[in-house]
Ligand binder design. Structure first.
Ligand code: HEC
Length: 144
């Protein structure tokens, strides 16, 4: 993923690669360009979103949320790239060490099953509760 450099690019100015442009255009307005959405109803992703990947259920949840599964990014590989950017670049300290990147075919399958809106936040907190429990047992295994 090389950053695109226009011939007239200002040296040192920020250049975004294709995946980052997709993230900023389709996700960043709600989630913030660094995954920090501030004091809104949009969950903060920075140093937080990775915990979901501690369970298969949580890993699937991240793709089934309406903003991802129903994204206008219809190309599965592009959406996989965007979600891998979210996980590898924004999830920071919350990412479990055994995380493996999303593939286009995994995205393709999961986005066929978007989560429905009624009861969503309840379902979210149950999924996150189980994932956090799995994260802390992984960590205590590592730290003794
Ligand atoms: C219109 C605002 C909006 C847009 C655009 C949006 N999201 Fe979201 N996102 C939300 C909200 C609100 C939630 C909380 C769940 C819900 O209510 O759908 C959420 C939840 C999530 C979650 C689960 C995080 C958690 O802690 O539960 C992920 C991952 C995510 N979004 C990623 C993305 C990505 C990647 C994109 C771009 C493809 C995107 N979102 C576009 C508003 C948005």
């Amino acid at each position: 993923m090389g950053a695109a450099h226009a011939a007239d690019a200002v040296p040192g100015a920020t250049t975004l690669d294709h995946t980052q442009v997709e993230y900023v255009s389709h996700c960043g307005g709600c989630h913030g360009i660094e995954g920090i959405s501030g004091n809104t109803f949009v969950p903060t992703m920075r140093n937080a979103v990775g915990a979901f990947a501690c369970t298969d259920e949580g890993r699937a949840y991240l793709i089934r949320v309406p903003g991802v599964s129903m994204s206008l990014i219809r190309n599965d590989q592009t959406l996989a790239d965007v979600m891998n950017f979210v996980m590898l670049r924004l999830a920071g300290s919350s990412l479990p060490s055994d995380f493996h990147p999303y593939t286009a075919s995994e995205i393709h399958d999961l986005r066929q099953h978007p989560l429905s809106v009624p009861g969503f936040m309840q379902q979210r907190s149950e999924v996150l509760g189980r994932a956090l429990a799995a994260c802390s047992s992984k960590k205590s295994g590592k730290e003794g």
